[in-house]
Design a protein around this ligand. Structure first.
Ligand code: ADP
Ligand code: MG
Length: 312
């Protein structure tokens, strides 16, 4: 199969026709009529770094790449609309995995109404990789930066932390009882991402970030951009019972996963101090602390020895 046939196969599978797309796959560039402000983001997935062939058929890993990308757009209050996909594959060992991976990407894009408008294919002699660029629309008053936190704001997260990092741990260590921890593995393989831009809570959000590198690391981004510090309450951190069970069983430090684990894809926000409790509850956010003037992060009871995930 030539590169041209390969691209044509992808093109045929793209059924969405967004009215903003004047020119999609098939020319030197795509042309879009962007009437609104656009958010633009890119994420990479590299074989043996972000995914492994033995973990799935390719389908779930492909879907995950799209979700990781959507998470960034959601964190800013936007809705993803267009995508570009750059692929690097070893032509000698292409096969079924690549096909399933791309099908997973296309499925998740279509499910979220995102039109693939172009991309690239090149040969990578070693590990394969996929780079996905997403563009999303956002209304001015919905857009939230990392830099908007104020002293006195509440700090809140949209769901349980640490499950994904534990799921990865289970896969890497090939735990024999891994069937008991399907929820943790799925939190890693196919994290749920949720949009809050259409909920009441969003009007009270002063800053926002998605948690991809661990709570402490990502909270630090907000604090540095906003020029403030934070007091966290350990007992308030939302933790699943599966994670508690797993850490008990293998004598692991629960809070290493909760505070330093990566790829949770929950949203971390700061909220105006007067946000009604009812509204926070309805969106299922947990208040975990408060923004303070004093720089750094203090966690009642344990001090701050938990680091974020390091890429290099
Ligand atoms: P050029 O050499 O001019 O960059 P290509 O031959 O690489 O063009 O690509 C031809 C068309 O196919 C372009 O519209 C490009 O965006 C699209 N395309 C290439 N690779 C992909 C891909 N992986 N996914 C979607 N579209 C792609
Ligand atoms: Mg060209």
């Amino acid at each position: 199969m030539t590169e041209f046939d390969f691209i044509n196969k992808i093109k045929k599978k793209v059924r969405l026709k967004n009215k903003g797309v004047i020119l999609g796959i098939g020319d030197d560039c795509a042309l879009i009529d962007a009437k609104k402000e656009l958010l633009i983001t890119v994420d990479s997935a590299v074989e043996n770094v972000h995914f492994k062939r033995e973990w799935d058929s390719g389908w779930t890993s492909g879907r995950k790449l799209v979700r990781a990308n959507i998470s960034d757009i959601y964190a800013k209050g936007g809705i993803p609309v267009y995508a570009l996909l750059s692929i690097g594959i070893d032509y000698n060992k292409k096969g079924e995995f690549v096909k399933r991976y791309i099908d997973g990407i296309l499925f998740e894009l279509e499910k979220n109404n995102i039109q693939l408008i172009g991309g690239n294919v090149s040969s990578s002699r070693g590990n394969m990789f996929f780079d996905l660029i997403l563009m999303g629309e956002v209304l001015k008053d919905k857009f939230k930066r990392r830099s908007g936190a104020n002293v006195g704001d509440l700090i809140a997260v949209s769901g349980n932390l640490g499950d994904s990092a534990a799921g990865l741990d289970i896969l890497l260590n090939q735990r024999r009882d891994k069937d008991k921890y399907k929820k943790l593995i799925m939190a890693f393989m196919l994290p749920e991402v949720r949009y809050f831009g259409n909920q009441k809570i969003w009007d009270y959000v002063t800053s926002s970030i998605d948690i991809s590198d661990g709570l402490i690391g990502d909270l630090n981004h907000i604090l540095e951009e906003s020029g403030c510090g934070a007091d966290l309450q350990k007992d308030r951190l939302p933790v699943s019972k599966e994670l508690v069970e797993y850490c008990d069983r293998y004598r692991l430090d629960l809070y290493r996963y909760v505070m330093g684990g990566g790829e949770d894809y929950k949203i971390l926000v700061t909220l105006k101090n007067n946000t009604p409790t009812e509204i926070i509850k309805r969106s299922k956010f947990s208040i975990i602390g408060q923004i303070e003037k004093r720089r750094g992060i203090r966690i009642a009871g344990i001090g701050c020895r938990y680091n974020s995930f390091k890429h290099f």
